[in-house]
Design a protein around this ligand. Structure first.
Ligand code: TYD
Ligand code: MG
Length: 418
């Protein structure tokens, strides 16, 4: 007999969800298929290549090489049989062709269209049915259905959201180029980061050939890989041995120069830190840091004066990283402090020695992460000695001088022959 409910709330409608309840252990990994771009350093940062249906934003300052990188990647993928559509909003197809000729990259399945209207871009994509779509740049896209002027934050964000929807619906690997200014203020990339799957930042010193590629967000892989490239006459070239390149023009044993094994993401890199100390009569001596953290340099000069009797009060202190790298980690503290001390005392640090360690406000030398990997990289490049924090384990091929504080590290170097 059936129950007859006469009172209370109405019975819930029967729903049949599409979703599945699964034991967590039986859930597969993402099962994504990625297509290598053929640009080795880009694939390294992407953790393999571009994932179908994913949208990757490449952000960087104007002139850094974004269009070159995208064109090289598309050309390589087209060479390997992928149908690639490049939408150019900033340059004419003739300009793109000129760049492609310079790169010797004109495969037949690389298609180009000059277009800035978003509905037209999507219509072209619908006709061409590419495997890979690239839009250069997202700031030039204009969507008549969306409010705001072309290039405004609303336009760029709504436009990107539509591209993302399209990419998901059509399982299309998509690259978006976005310009960023130094402070990230320009409408675009910052506002897009949560819309896209992957955000790559492409930067470097425009006056140097060196370019760094990093993932700041990545739904399908690691975010701590560093890609190093060099802008050459015929496009971007991967730099597998970045340390050797950073050290190429160094004068071993030069006054005020110290080599530090730093980490950039997952990658150990050897960089040359330089200091110059020069007398001044100015009431406020200058503390100048190029490609280094300003406040750390000020802190280290104070620690040197207080704990190591290095006289810097009537001196300007200039510090820099040679070769276009940027150093922002405390693991380079001791090397930087010793470079300043050496410059102040007109001494040289031996050319076969690297220096590693964080420096505390009490002048103590603290341990840093990944010391063995950093020191192995130093040994690989022929360095035979390292000044390191007390707790550092032995590393084959390099002799360690373990120190507890700044003064001890200066004594070690004074004893060492240059
Ligand atoms: P570009 O890719 O146009 O930069 P973005 O799209 O980020 O604005 O390239 C910028 C610079 O790179 C440009 O000044 C010329 C230089 N370049 C080379 O040095 N070699 C090359 O092979 C190419 C294509 C460009
Ligand atoms: Mg460009």
């Amino acid at each position: 007999m059936e129950d007859v409910v006469t009172d209370g709330p109405p019975a819930a409608a029967i729903v049949t969800p599409d979703s599945l309840v699964l034991p967590l252990a039986e859930v597969g990994s993402m099962g994504t298929v990625s297509r290598p771009t053929g640009v080795g350093e880009l694939d390294r940062v992407l953790g393999g290549g571009l994932v179908a249906g994913s949208v990757t934003l490449i952000g960087g300052e104007p002139g850094i090489g974004k269009s070159t990188l995208v064109l090289q990647a598309l050309a390589q993928m087209a060479e390997h049989g992928a149908r690639c559509l490049l939408v150019t909003g900033e340059e004419s197809p003739e300009q793109v062709r000129a760049r492609a000729q310079r790169l010797h990259a004109l495969p037949a399945s690389l298609l180009v269209v000059a277009e800035t209207s978003l509905p037209c871009v999507l219509a072209h994509a619908g006709t061409v049915r590419p495997d890979v779509l690239a839009i250069d740049s997202v700031q030039t896209l204009h969507d008549p259905d969306s409010a705001g002027a072309a290039g405004s934050v609303t336009q760029v964000r709504d436009g990107a959201a539509r591209v993302v929807r399209y990419a998901k619906e059509h399982n299309l690997a998509t690259l978006l180029v976005g310009h960023v200014t130094k402070d990230g203020a320009l409408a675009g990339p910052r506002a897009l980061e949560h819309v896209v799957d992957t955000v790559l930042s492409f930067d470097g010193d425009r006056h140097h050939a060196l370019r760094m590629l990093r993932a700041t967000k990545h739904r399908f892989g690691p975010t701590d890989e560093l890609g190093v490239l060099e802008m050459a006459e015929q496009g971007l070239r991967g730099v597998p041995d970045a340390s050797a390149m950073f050290l190429a023009d160094r004068q071993p044993g030069a006054c005020g120069s110290v080599i530090a094994p730093v980490m950039d993401g997952n990658r150990p890199l050897l960089v040359e830190l330089q200091a110059l100390v020069s007398p001044t009569k100015a009431p406020l001596p200058r503390r100048v840091a190029h490609a280094l953290d300003n406040s750390r340099v000020s802190m280290l000069t104070a620690v040197l004066q207080r704990w190591a009797s290095v006289q810097l009060a009537d001196n300007d202190v200039y510090t820099s990283v040679a070769g276009g790298a940027r150093v922002a980690e405390p693991g380079a503290d001791l090397a930087l402090a010793l470079a300043i001390a050496a410059a102040a005392n007109n001494r040289a640090v031996p050319g076969d020695t690297v220096v590693l360690g964080e420096v505390g406000l009490g002048g103590e030398v603290r341990q840093v992460a990944h010391a063995p990997r950093r020191l192995a990289e130093a040994a690989r490049l022929g360095f035979t000695r390292a000044v390191v924090p007390q707790s550092t384990p032995d590393v084959p091929g390099i002799r360690l001088f373990r120190v507890t504080d700044l003064c001890a590290s200066m004594r070690v170097l004074q004893k060492a022959p240059t």
